[in-house]
Design a protein around this ligand. Structure first.
Ligand code: FAD
Length: 494
């Protein structure tokens, strides 16, 4: 069991590492150090400046609608007031006191609403569950079913620009697809949120060791002199040893390659994302897709698993005019042999890894183009301007993995398994990680406990290994020519 006098080393300064560090420091832990090979103090988590962590992104969905997974519904709601407090704190901080990348006008949380669209005219069971569970906790007033006249009257009476937000999808939904507008939801600006959380950590006394060598975890220091295994610290890529009483592995998609024991519980998979950069002179598109007039949306997302042509989601334009649209109907793997053990594990492959991945599987681009053409025909002339493979750390049941790694006498701990839905919990996740470290049971302990897949059991794709048709090496990849729609116009002529 961990206590505040212990020396804690955290590997990874993404959402899981940051939130853990912040809550440890606020709970009296005086010796917490976070290691990351990314120089986040310089690149401010920018995905355009070398960052490839899931947390280092332009935006992520904030939602409380979680079907019947009411623990996450509660957790998301518990963080909402903090997201709003953080917005207010930034707005009232002088520019010269804010960390690099933030200004007093920076918002972390945008309550632009979330339009959840089912695949057909009847709402999916998952969406019905979302509404009924929210109703049970008195939150139905945030939900507005498109085909329910009373709900929509209620929406029109609400403060906020809800009519254009619904109208943006009218041609796609009317008579064909049901869904609901959730006015409590919206988006978080991910890179900026991490920058802010790192700043709060530093203010609370957390130390950061960042950089490609000095911050890069190389290996654990394991003492076997007692007959068992006890972690005494870690070694970084610059050759230095850093003593620690407890090492917490919070390295996102890199966690299985750092702590191979988790490979029976976690698999690193990729989601497919495209970006459409709006041309600066197209004021009509900048207005239509602004978060004032356009919500976050999802189409055909039914819980964590979606049909192959399904699981699309997207965002209003960023302040820089970027519209991000993602596809998670199929998630990809990248199996490689591990240098130390020879073991085959899926590991992230991004624009910035040694063997870079600059495009998406053709299937992902094809599906994304089809849905964009149907939902937003006005974006097809602009065309796709960038793509990204963003790496999830899927657990076998989509619950996080937050527990001690067995066999290390409570000196090695894992905080990972975000499974594509961990970002929104940045303000509150660490509170429950601290409980797990201190072995205090809470609502989440049973969900997040150590577990591994049993042979023959469905395990969120992990059971397929590298031969399930998702491995990048076996897929036809798109080229930049595939980004174009038939009517895409050269940018200079737009
Ligand atoms: C495509 C996609 C869409 C998503 N959409 C949403 C959404 O809309 N809403 C939502 O709530 N969540 C969403 N998520 C999930 C969310 O982004 C993740 O759950 C969360 O960001 C994971 O955080 P993490 O800290 O576990 O991992 P990461 O963010 O990947 O961070 C891991 C860190 O470890 C560091 N690291 C790796 N190896 C080493 C090493 N050897 N030494 C030192 N440091 C190392 C990395 O540099 C990185 O900073 C999405 C995820 C993906 C992939």
């Amino acid at each position: 069991m961990t206590t505040p006098d212990k020396k804690i080393a955290i590997v990874g300064a993404g959402v899981f590492g940051l939130s853990t560090a912040l809550h440890l420091a606020r709970n009296g832990y005086r010796d917490v150090t976070v290691y990351d090979y990314q120089p986040y103090d310089q690149n401010a988590y920018s995905p355009f400046d070398g960052c490839d962590a899931a947390s280092a992104d332009v935006n992520k969905i904030y939602r409380c609608s979680y079907g019947d997974e009411t623990e996450y519904q509660d957790l998301a709601f518990s963080g909402r007031p903090i997201w709003l407090e953080w917005n207010a704190a930034i707005a009232s901080t002088p520019a010269d006191k804010l960390p690099r990348g933030l200004t007093p006008s920076t918002k972390l949380f945008e309550d632009c609403g979330f339009m959840r669209i089912s695949s057909d005219a009847v709402m999916s069971d998952y969406d019905k569950h979302c509404i009924s569970e929210l109703e049970k906790v008195g939150l139905k007033h945030h939900q507005h079913v498109l085909t329910d006249v009373e709900d929509m009257e209620r929406l029109w009476g609400k403060e906020g620009n809800w009519r254009p937000k619904v109208a943006a999808f009218a041609a796609f939904t009317e008579g064909k697809r049901d869904g609901f507008m959730d006015t409590s939801a919206g988006l978080t600006y991910a890179d900026k949120s991490c920058t802010w959380a790192r700043y709060l950590c530093e203010k609370a006394g957390v130390k950061f060791v960042l950089g490609p060598l000095k911050g890069k975890f190389d290996q654990l220091v394991v003492d076997t002199s007692t007959g068992g295994k006890v972690v005494r610290g870690l070694k970084t890529a610059d050759g230095k040893t850093h003593p620690a009483d407890v090492v917490i592995a919070a390295a996102g998609g890199w966690t299985p390659s750092i702590v191979p024991e988790v490979s029976g519980a976690l698999e690193t998979t990729a989601g497919s994302v495209v970006t459409i950069q709006l041309p600066s002179h197209r004021k009509d598109l900048w207005d239509k897709y602004s978060p004032k007039n356009f919500p976050v949306f999802a189409y055909g997302l039914t819980g964590h698993e979606s049909p192959e042509y399904g699981g699309f989601y997207g965002f209003p334009r960023t302040p820089e005019g970027k519209i991000k649209i993602g596809y998670r109907g199929r998630k990809w793997t990248n199996y490689q042999s591990q240098a130390a053990t020879g073991r085959r594990l899926s590991v992230p492959k991004t624009k910035y890894t040694a063997d870079p991945q600059v495009n998406l599987p053709l299937k992902a681009i094809t599906n994304l183009k089809a849905v964009i053409a149907e939902m937003f025909p006005d974006l097809t002339a602009v065309g796709i301007t960038d793509t990204r493979m963003c790496w999830y750390t899927d657990s076998i049941d989509n619950n996080f993995l937050i527990d001690y790694v067995p066999g290390y006498d409570d000196t090695l701990f894992v905080a990972s398994g975000g499974s594509g839905h961990g970002f929104k919990f940045l303000p509150v996740l660490g509170k429950h990680v601290v409980n797990a470290l201190e072995k205090k049971n809470d609502q989440f302990t049973p969900l997040w406990r150590w577990r591994t897949a049993k042979p023959g059991e469905h395990a969120n794709g992990l059971e397929e290994g590298e031969f399930g048709g998702r491995n990048l090496a076996d897929l036809e990849m798109a080229t930049e020519a595939d980004w174009k729609f038939p009517n895409t116009v050269e940018r200079s002529k737009l």
